[in-house]
Write a protein that binds this ligand. Sequence first.
Ligand SMILES: [Zn+2]
Length: 340
Amino acid sequence: MCFCLALYFVLLFLSCASAHPYGGLRSPRHNLDLFLHIRAAIPSPDVNLVGVVIVRIIVCLVVAVSRHLEYCPPKQTVYLPVLIADTPTHQKCTSLADKDYTKLINLRRYYLGNVPYGEAIFGCHTTGQIALTFDDGPYEYTTELLDILKAGKAKATFFITGSNLAKGPIDDESLPWANIIRRMYREGHQIAAHSWTHPDLQSLSEIDRRNEMYRLELALSNILGFVPAYMRPPYSSCDGSCLATMKALGYHVIYFDLDTDDYNHVLPDQIYDSVAIATQFIEAANPRTESILSIAHDIHPLTVSNLTVAMLKVIKDNGFETATVGECLGDGSSHWYRKV
Ligand SMILES: [Zn+2]
């Protein structure tokens, strides 16, 4: 009897205590409780205990082995078991990912300034300014867009997507994206977040949603050394639990009040519908009393070569000036990013 008890505890401890720290069977304390319950329920423990012990040991060993196969260090386990698309070097718990994600998970995300965190923001405040924003890039046409903005002395905000449209990860230095993002920043544009793979964040679990943001943050910190405090949810979809996630991660959640609808007008005989939408909106606004927050997408060539060029002219003709979202919200530039 005593030998069985001793054997039971020794083997349980060896098999379970070294396994994953979360979950029922893997806690030595839980095993003790469970054992005492089993023990109390057996009328003749000397006879049945051996069988109970053997079954428990087998179960526990199986659990321990299976858990060990997916083991991550405890701090990362909460957020890292998800596989993120086309980023093989960061799947599961590679040592690189463990180390790098830790700095983002542990990042102190202070709330600075007067712009609310974790609340949907649909417009900005600084009169006479229009915040041009571009989503889903960088992409093939973003360099041309930067040239156009530079020639027009215009500022914009880029809501960056990390790995969409089969473009590869933005922090792969063999691809053009990292240099384009550095150029955006160098030329005075604001860098903001738009998730890693462009999912509907609202439909994701907390773990998957955080992974989408952490993976983008990891890439941007690799490229720039900091992460943004501004984000826009893909598909304009982020309520309740999603907003709570963004608040916890210290994000301003930015929507728009001028939807150019450019993604529905990608063909040459369509783009002028978007030009008309933007023109009418800007002409109807008073630069002395109003500001504008627009949305377009730099993944469409005509958005760059036609719509943006047309908008810059209308903006100028109607007495507005371009600004970043942070400027248009009256937020100091030191609040736009968090140093990693
Ligand atoms: Zn998007």
